[in-house]
Design a protein around this ligand. Structure first.
Ligand code: SF4
Length: 71
């Protein structure tokens, strides 16, 4: 069962779902920037974040600064 957004502090935080290994980008319209998450229920915004964040291809580093998204 997926976690609720409230239980994982889903919010605008130190990083973003678009860089998270759990993010599933299923939306063909990139303008809406919505996707899904393997762990958290509901629609997920690429610019949001939660405490289950895990960087794609690497370990999470605490305190890492937000990086600029390439468009
Ligand atoms: S685990 Fe959290 S940070 Fe990662 S995609 Fe899901 S909601 Fe976003």
């Amino acid at each position: 069962m997926k976690r609720s957004k409230a239980s994982v502090d889903y919010s605008q935080g130190g990083d973003h779902c678009g860089a998270c290994t759990h993010f599933i980008d299923e939306d063909e319209n990139e303008a809406t920037e919505t996707g899904k998450c393997e762990l958290v229920e509901g629609g997920i915004g690429e610019d949001m974040w939660c405490k289950l964040f895990k960087r794609k291809g690497g370990a999470y580093k605490a305190g890492m600064a937000r990086h600029v998204r390439k468009k």
